[in-house]
Design a protein around this ligand. Structure first.
Ligand SMILES: Nc1ncnc2c1ncn2[C@@H]1O[C@H](COP(=O)(O)OP(=O)(O)OP(=O)(O)O)[C@@H](O)[C@H]1O
Ligand SMILES: O=P(O)(O)OC[C@H]1O[C@](O)(CO)[C@@H](O)[C@@H]1O
Ligand SMILES: [Mg+2]
Length: 567
């Protein structure tokens, strides 16, 4: 892949220069000026729990311990005892003996495994950041202070606790799936149900069609059990259905009260989590003993602080199938140009990872990296060059990319999310126009696999992630936590307070190693020595055993013709 910075990046967008698109984590973002250059000031700001900015004076010798105290407060996870200090825990009912939930009542006491060391201590912690950056200029650097001081940042480890704050026979648990579809929703639903049953919960319901199901009287809640969910993970979609928009938070909490629900598992993206946090706060305001636990779901991977969200891997896998088709089409056509548009809202993770996975992309366009379509640094100029030198090209464009280059739709969906203009179609049309005007024949094939990448069943790695997240969601609720979400940090499972993961969407950092890897993964030809490389390629091609001699010859003919046609 020829990199944007080599070929089409606007002047000034070098790889080593930080831009300010909000992609950096809060601490770093605050160290950058609007032009993106790190500011060497001793007074900068860090975010506090309420997301108002708290000033840190780095000339204070004690700043580090103050920062850590503030961090601990921000990442503290709300517990039932914050509101009900007299709540009395009981020994956990989560044990191997409960795996076959045949026990009808617990009059004789809960069964337990003796000397089982499978519980998590409430004081166990996971390190949030594991790299020590010695300089702001290190790739992907996330520094707090101008000297890049190492500051340990610990978050709460997820898992089953020895003491629980809900008696299983008093629990009515609900599961709801909101937002758009995502591979793995059924896997999480299944695992939540199975784990609840292991704790001994008998009343488990699914709320149909997202938050809407709480208020729409036509929609009945669905009784869930191991039997019902046994095979649901074998298909994509959501057993419960999904929706955007819906009732107010107050109506949702009224509904929880009416239904007697005291544990609610909310699967969704950043919008859903904003709702989950508001539900948690409303329950606290009403002094309700309800555990509200989120499970982050989004193919976009735009939730902060976690390694990845479930469904993302599967979406990437599906997306690179579309790229592969575009590549085959483009490669088999005379002057073929393949264009693939991929989902991801304002984040370019799917496009970046699918491009990297496929190894077949020449130009990857993501929202976080500005680009031009026309002009000497534009993608069309570069496409012409690729056609000239390679005979074909493949472009992967994220749906949120280049929105400044097309007309705004001014439309929003039912949840208030902005509806993007269609950058894929725009690039397709502009490509056709450009080559027609240049008198160069091209065969443009446009693929928009939009819903295909999220309406499928989870792959194995997402299946495992879903299972662990589902189990940990239930452990968190039984442990008495609320207003939390589950995730992976550096491969370990953690509980995080909801506001910390949704303060803004997570974006690709153009200074990260991953973006650099994407750019350099399949560099084929560099502009400066195009002829030499093309010849080398041609020689390689004609020598290869897989019968590509014909293609080599055709390529040579193409080249000759192009040299005549193109300037
Ligand atoms: N700030 C908010 N407060 C309360 N509820 C919200 C808020 N934002 C969104 N919601 C509700 O959350 C639900 C899902 O939101 P949204 O459609 O934005 O999807 P999402 O959870 O971000 O998932 P996706 O990744 O598919 O976009 C909707 O029912 C919406 O009404
Ligand atoms: O289901 P809808 O409303 O078309 O949503 C599409 C959006 O949902 C997602 O699939 C998940 O957030 C985005 O990638 C995409 O922009
Ligand atoms: Mg969202």
């Amino acid at each position: 892949m020829v990199t944007l910075s080599h070929a089409i990046a606007p002047p000034g967008l070098g790889l080593h220069r930080r831009t300010s698109h909000g992609f950096s984590p809060p601490s770093l973002r605050l160290l950058t000026t609007s032009s993106g250059v790190a500011k060497n000031s001793s007074r900068v700001f860090a975010q506090s729990k309420s997301h108002s900015r708290q000033q840190i004076d780095f000339s204070d010798p004690d700043w580090k311990s103050k920062f850590q105290k503030d961090f601990e407060k921000r990442f503290n996870i709300p517990h039932i005892t914050d509101v009900f200090p007299d709540a009395v825990p009981i020994p956990s009912t989560f044990c191997l003996q409960m795996r076959t939930p045949v026990i009808e009542n617990f009059a004789g006491g809960y069964p337990s495994d003796e000397e089982w060391h499978g519980y998590i201590n409430n004081n166990d912690r996971v390190l949030l950041k594991t790299i020590y950056y010695s300089s702001h200029t290190s790739a992907g650097a996330e520094c707090i202070d101008p000297n890049c001081t190492w500051v340990e940042q610990w978050v709460h480890r997820a898992g089953p606790r020895e003491k629980i704050y809900f008696k299983p026979e008093e629990v009515k648990a609900a599961i709801v799936t909101c937002g758009g579809l995502c591979p793995g929703l059924n896997d999480v639903i299944r695992q939540i149900v199975i784990t609840l049953e292991i704790y001994g919960v008998k009343r488990i319901v699914g709320i149909p069609y997202g938050y809407r199901g709480f208020s729409d009287k036509e929609l009945a809640e669905m009784a869930l059990s191991r039997k019902v969910v046994q095979n649901v993970h074998l298909s994509g979609g959501s057993l419960l259905g999904v929706s955007r928009g819906g009732p107010s938070v107050s109506d949702i909490v009224d509904s929880l009260e009416e239904r007697g629900i005291n544990m609610v598992f909310i699967l969704g993206g950043n919008g859903t989590h904003a709702g989950a946090d508001a539900i948690h706060n409303e329950c606290r305001k009403r002094q309700l003993r309800v555990a509200v636990v989120g499970v982050p779901k989004t193919i976009d991977n735009d939730i902060l602080l976690m390694d990845k969200t479930f469904g993302f891997d599967t979406a990437v896998e599906e997306a690179q199938r579309a790229i592969n088709s575009a590549y085959i089409e483009a490669h088999s056509a005379y002057h073929g140009v393949g264009i693939v548009k991929l989902m991801g809202r304002s984040s370019g993770f799917i496009a970046m990872h699918a491009s990297l996975a496929s190894g077949q992309i020449d130009i990857c366009l993501i929202p976080e990296v500005p680009f031009q379509i026309h002009g000497p640094h534009g993608i069309l100029h570069h496409l012409k060059y690729l056609i000239q030198t390679k005979g074909s090209a493949v472009v992967c464009v994220a749906e949120g990319a280049g929105q400044n280059l097309i007309e705004k739709t001014n439309a929003t969906d039912a949840s208030g999310n902005m509806v993007f203009g269609d950058i894929g179609v725009h690039i397709q049309q502009e490509t056709k126009k450009y080559f027609k005007e240049a008198g160069v024949p091209v065969d443009v094939k446009y693929i928009d696999p939009t819903y295909m990448i999220r309406a499928c069943r989870a792959n194995a790695s997402d299946g495992i992630l879903c299972a662990v997240l589902g189990q940990n969601a239930v452990h968190g609720a039984f442990a008495g936590y609320s207003g939390i979400t589950v995730g992976t940090c550096n491969t370990h499972y953690v509980y995080l307070p909801i506001p910390e993961v949704i303060s803004h969407p997570r974006l690709v950092d153009p200074n990260s190693r991953m973006w650099h890897r994407c750019l350099t993964s399949t560099v084929k030809i560099k502009k400066e020595n195009a002829t030499i490389n093309s010849l080398v390629e041609l020689m390689k091609e004609s020598k290869s055993k897989n019968g590509s001699e014909v293609r080599g010859r055709r390529h040579e003919e193409t080249k000759k013709r192009e040299e005549e046609d193109l300037t």
